[in-house]
Ligand binder design. Structure first.
Ligand code: PLP
Length: 358
């Protein structure tokens, strides 16, 4: 299948094949990794190595800690304000779409919030200019959604926030490109797009930023609990972490983030060029300067044509091209594991569809 699902999404074929090989006998122990204690030396090795690999790929200096949590990125929307918003501070948010909105709404349950900037209210979808982002002095943090999965928009540069810690929801673009991760006090991502299967949520943060969680926060929702226990306070989603381990090794073996970025730019250019050269038959939903290299959103000139497009694309082996129900239209998600060939096939299909219907 040409898998353009938004999430859970494509995984590298080599990773699935290796997992298949090790499925019933993990490294000669005669059992699956799913069947052993998370306190075993085999799992501790996976836990430690996966953390190290992630720090290495992100190029982070010492002082950063990786956590493997549960509850999805959605639980981070709550854990962030629960742990970090104090009575004299505000949580500042950049409003870029549905996911930023969810994070912002959740913070309002716990304290004062501040709208640091917003995307345009009408017209093509965009990311606000960095110069429009206002960060108040009493901000506990500034939260950005680096890639809006539904809108198909992506920050191409991140704001300088001075002494205010920067937090990024990178659920849909973590490890898709090189960037200066040390600008961030904390990055988080549900694994199910670029990192592995659902079930594990990855947090990468400066240890000093997260280590003092307030005591009224429930134990499992305190970052300090998971830092102190190296993500082994309770039973972790061991199989998901194991697949993340294989995905990170795959990224490393393929050249790391700069190679991922190059590939993602090249393969999405095939589809964006097809849209731009269609004379208006296809129209991108995002402004050109805010386009995402992970989620390409576009439309056709009528609902009828879009229905025909989906139907024919499915008959031709394309999966997941229907837009999210909140914005409709069409979306191709092009995470790291989606090969160039799939985007080439999509671009060819789009050109052919236009020839027959334009
Ligand atoms: N943030 C972004 C940018 C997302 O794309 C998603 C899921 O698609 C989420 C958060 C929510 O993630 P989860 O389903 O892991 O809670």
């Amino acid at each position: 299948a040409y898998n353009f699902n938004a999430g859970p999404a494509a995984l590298p074929l080599e990773v699935l094949q290796q997992a298949q090989q090790e499925f019933v006998d993990f490294k000669g122990i005669g059992m699956s990794i799913m069947e052993i204690s998370h306190r075993s030396k085999e799992y501790e090795q996976v836990n430690g190595e996966t953390q190290q690999l992630l720090l290495e790929l992100l190029g982070l200096p010492s002082g950063y800690k990786v956590l493997f949590l549960q509850g999805g990125a959605s639980t981070q929307f709550a854990m962030i304000p629960m742990n970090l918003l104090t009575a004299d501070k505000v949580g500042a948010y950049v409003m870029t779409g549905s996911w930023a909105e969810k994070a912002y709404q959740e913070a309002q349950l716990f304290g004062e919030t501040f709208l640091a900037a917003s995307s345009n209210e009408s017209g093509p979808l965009n990311i606000p200019a960095l110069s429009d982002i206002r960060v108040p002095d009493n901000a506990a943090y500034l939260h950005v959604t680096s890639n809006e999965t539904i809108a198909g928009t992506q920050f191409h540069e991140f704001p300088d926030t001075g002494s205010v810690p920067l937090i990024g929801d990178m659920s849909s673009d973590i490890l898709s490109r090189s960037f200066d991760a040390s600008k961030f006090a904390m990055i988080y991502a549900g694994a199910q797009k670029n990192l592995g299967p659902s079930g594990v949520t990855v947090v990468v943060a400066r240890e000093d930023f997260l280590k003092d969680s307030p005591k009224h926060v429930p134990t499992m929702l305190r970052y300090s609990t998971h830092i102190k226990n190296d993500s082994l306070y309770n039973t972790p989603p061991a199989y998901s972490v194991y697949i993340v381990n294989l995905v990170l090794k795959w990224i490393k073996a393929n050249g790391g983030l700069s190679v991922m970025e190059q590939r993602n730019i090249e393969k999405t250019a095939l589809v964006y060029d097809t849209i731009d050269n269609s004379g208006g038959f296809y129209e991108g939903l995002a402004t050109k300067d805010s386009r995402s290299i992970m989620n390409i959103t576009f439309k056709l000139q009528s609902e009828e044509l879009e229905k025909a497009f989906i139907k024919e694309s499915e008959a031709n082996g394309f999966v997941g091209l229907k837009g999210h129900r909140s914005v409709g239209h069409l979306r191709a998600s092009t995470y790291n594991a989606v090969p160039y060939e799939s985007c080439k096939a999509l671009a060819d299909f789009m050109a052919d569809f236009q020839k027959r219907n334009g």
